[in-house]
Design a protein around this ligand. Sequence first.
Ligand code: HAM
Length: 424
Amino acid sequence: MAVINTAPPRGTRDFPPEEMRLRTWLFGHFREVARQFAFEEYDAPVLETEALYVRKAGEEITGQLYNFEDKGGRKVALRPEMTPSLARLVLAKGRSLPMPIRWFSIPQCWRYERMTRGRKREHFQWNMDIFGVPGVAAEAELLAAIATFFGRLGLTSADVGIRVSSRGVLHAVLTEKLGVPDEHFAAVCVLVDKLEKLPREAIEKDLAELGLAGSLVDEIIATLSLRTLDDLGGVLGEEHPVVLDLRSLFSLAEAYGVADWLVFDASVVRGLAYYTGVVFEAFDRGATLRAICGGGRYDRLLSTFGGDDVPACGFGFGDVVIVELLKDKGLLPTLSAAVDDVVFSFSEDLRPAAMSVAARLRASGRSVDLVLEKKKAKWAFKYADRSGAARMVLVAPDEWERGMVKIKELATGEQREVLLEELV
Ligand code: HAM
């Protein structure tokens, strides 16, 4: 018989209990922040129709699709991100869905990525999205949620920042000043996002394929190098709607008390085609890791699926980079299995008694591990220590006859006898 490989498929992870504890802890913070901001949880299938991800802008994500034909010949794909599924859900509900909505989820997403630190082939991605709010108040709310989340984990604005810009910046320069047709704008943004990864000639070639001059690259680079709103105002004019929007967003961030986390940086364009306005990405200020999270406004995604557009914005926050960062900063918690009591009976004939004790403790809400095999006391004490339990509850013949059990506090070693009725 062939021996199977015990490693999970390349780029995927197992979650044995010690890893699962960390995941549950992290997701607990995702959920708690979502609750504080009054977002409701939703979910969708991990398997979707491939058509949901067919976008022609040359995005990396489309090339990384885990897609195949199912047994019925349907083209399907494992979702690489949640946003198209969310858009599908909103479309399906149609007018019966009262706007605005604030929804969150923590889907597992699949991308056939080249693996680097912080990038795997599956990851869980906390998503928070708002539909039905056209103004930057929605973006401010999302940025505040991200900053709140960082704060909960013990990170400060000296550790991480959120780069904010708007696709409107490039749009204004390219379409208003340089006459680039609107239809090419999304594809140019996707290309621009690759500026640092691809040689200039490759970018120029791709621009030429769109019928655009290679010399646009210089204009694009000059635009992307803007780092203050004053400079942006100098280029577009202070009264330009994009400048006004960004100024308004930064002042709302002041009101939330999260302005310290934000930096304007025109080089943030993001690699997904559907963004239409404000875009943002969180980064570690030590600059050793990939983007921690990313999002933005996508007001026209629904019409690409044949529906009526609804203003929308949101973000995706992966579970991989943040753990790397917490590790680097020494902020990972030590988590134990959270067992309250280990119950042990000194003899086999006391097992039913031990079971009734365990049942009583469990009914009171405690987490109880009952020693199920015939074991020596020495073994049981070691076992309880290893399990990280708070107490051992010992069912011994003499005490039991008097209606009592012995309790040992494992942290202090202190022992006492307790009447059964006073156990909880
Ligand atoms: P994205 O920038 O492709 O955006 O992914 C968002 C985040 O997911 C990244 O910043 C990173 O934390 C995590 N992530 C992405 N790919 C991987 C990977 N291969 N391994 C580990 N982590 C990864 C989106 O997906 C948008 N749909 C987000 C969004 C929601 N925009 C609006 N609403």
